[in-house]
Design a protein around this ligand. Structure first.
Ligand SMILES: [Fe+2]
Length: 227
């Protein structure tokens, strides 16, 4: 009886220790994600607001497409860090405002592989690393780095592809003004079924509409407050 009690106690302590280690690992993994996000900020590749917004959109699209809750963390990390490999691209190319040469374009196009090679090193981010690897694939097979087609491209990568393209189109850059929401949606639809997954585009449009309406309302409020 006493030996059974001791065995139960040891088992409980062991389970407690395993839980502690799992929590420690999850905290460390979250810290790594935050650190990389900060690194992207410092490198001026994306802003914290941009990354957070992309992650929110990705999660909303993923839930609408019935990606299981237990898989959403990997989708979120992929949305946050898919471009982390741009750290390996020289600034002179990354921030060039004039047209890129074919050689420069080829260097930039390596960034999904760089992202994969960084993220895969961290235990617990293996799936996110694959999603990052394929975020520039096109459903017609014309994308990179692997030229994957249709559903051979991970769904999370197809999601990141659409929301990242929309965000890039509507965001202001130092060398151009962002497109109006309506034009960005028109371009997403024009490339739906060739570059972009049509199901993902259709799922994202209501989310983008809502975002645009909120931005418009906020701009109206701030203008009214300034008068
Ligand atoms: Fe990218």
């Amino acid at each position: 009886m006493i030996s059974a009690f001791i065995a139960d106690t040891e088992k409980s302590l062991l389970l407690l220790r395993v839980k502690e280690l799992e929590e420690h690992h999850a905290t460390f993994r979250d810290s790594v994600v935050c650190a990389f996000n900060q690194l992207l900020d410092l490198k001026d590749i994306s802003t914290g607001v941009h990354s957070t917004r992309l992650a929110e959109w990705a999660l909303r699209v993923a839930r609408k497409l019935d990606i299981p809750e237990k898989c959403l963390y990997q989708v979120e990390v992929a949305a946050l860090l898919h471009d982390v490999g741009k750290i390996g691209v020289p600034d002179a190319i990354l921030k060039k405002t004039s047209a890129l040469t074919a050689e420069e374009r080829a260097i930039i196009n390596r960034h999904p592989e760089y992202s994969w090679s960084i993220l895969r090193l961290f235990s617990g981010l293996e799936e996110a690393s694959l999603y990052a690897l394929h975020h520039h694939e096109s459903v017609d097979g014309s994308g990179y780095p692997a030229g994957l087609k249709g559903h051979d491209i991970p769904l999370a990568s197809r999601i990141v592809s659409v929301i990242d393209a929309y965000d890039a189109m509507v965001s202001n850059r130092c060398y151009r003004k962002g497109l109006p929401h309506e034009e960005a949606i028109r371009r997403l639809l024009a490339s739906s079924g060739s570059q972009f997954d049509s199901g993902v585009v259709q799922t994202f449009i209501p989310i983008a509409e809502q975002e645009a309406a909120e931005v418009f309302a906020a701009a109206g409020t701030s203008t009214a407050a300034a008068l």
